[in-house]
Design a protein around this ligand. Structure first.
Ligand code: PRP
Ligand code: ADE
Length: 180
């Protein structure tokens, strides 16, 4: 089955003014109810990385987990978790980042990745880029290299993907949606 961008885009639902007025929420839940669309995007990501040098996928809480665990299984590489602060046991490091209002923080376990690892950072969507940049900073702090940041959806008008690229991290996404 070949990748059909129009088909995949058609199963992503836009909810206007959620969770607050002015936001066009790109809802990926219908994609998980559609095995054909899920297979198309999973295969597209797997094809991109099958012959790459990536050694680990660092997957971002929570929607990032859904696609990256399929990728890790098929690529036969370790999946490590970047979670919202306070969810991971044991020794961790965390990084704060800015939200539209206030701040949030993501966290990784100290033994998640180490020097020599080439890590793909994966999330479902890039908006302002704050979450992925915080994840990249944790991976670098642990001594590993960020190979690339990938997401199903980019919202280019919010300039997050440009910000990530300006920080020296290549970015790959399958779909772009205009607007915020
Ligand atoms: O590029 P940014 O501006 O940082 O925004 C993108 C992040 O926002 C959403 O996560 P959310 O915090 O809503 O969490 P969820 O995946 O648990 O729903 C999305 O899944 C990304 O992780
Ligand atoms: N517009 C949006 N749709 C879905 N998830 C998001 N996370 C941040 N902005 C979003």
């Amino acid at each position: 089955m070949s990748y059909d961008e129009c088909y995949v885009k058609s199963v992503i639902r836009t909810i206007p003014d959620w969770p607050e007025p002015g936001v066009q929420f790109r809802d990926i839940t219908p994609l998980f109810k559609d095995p054909k669309a899920l297979r198309m995007i999973s295969d597209a990501f797997i094809q991109r990385y099958i012959d790459s040098e990536i050694t680990h996928i660092a997957s971002i809480d929570a929607r990032g987990f859904l696609i990256s665990s399929i990728m890790a299984y098929h690529l036969n590489i370790p999946l490590v978790l970047v979670r919202k602060k306070g969810k991971l046991p044991g020794e961790t490091i965390h990084q704060e980042y800015k939200l539209e209002y206030g701040t949030a923080a993501v966290e990784m376990q100290l033994d998640a990745v180490t020097e020599g690892d080439k890590v793909l950072v994966f999330d479902d969507l890039i908006a302002t880029g704050g979450t992925i940049l915080a994840a990249c900073s944790l991976i670098k702090e642990l001594g590993a290299e960020v190979y690339e940041a990938a997401a199903l959806i980019d919202l280019p008008d919010l300039q997050g993907s440009s910000k990530i690229q300006d920080a020296g991290v290549p970015v790959h996404s399958l779909l772009a949606f205009e607007g915020i």
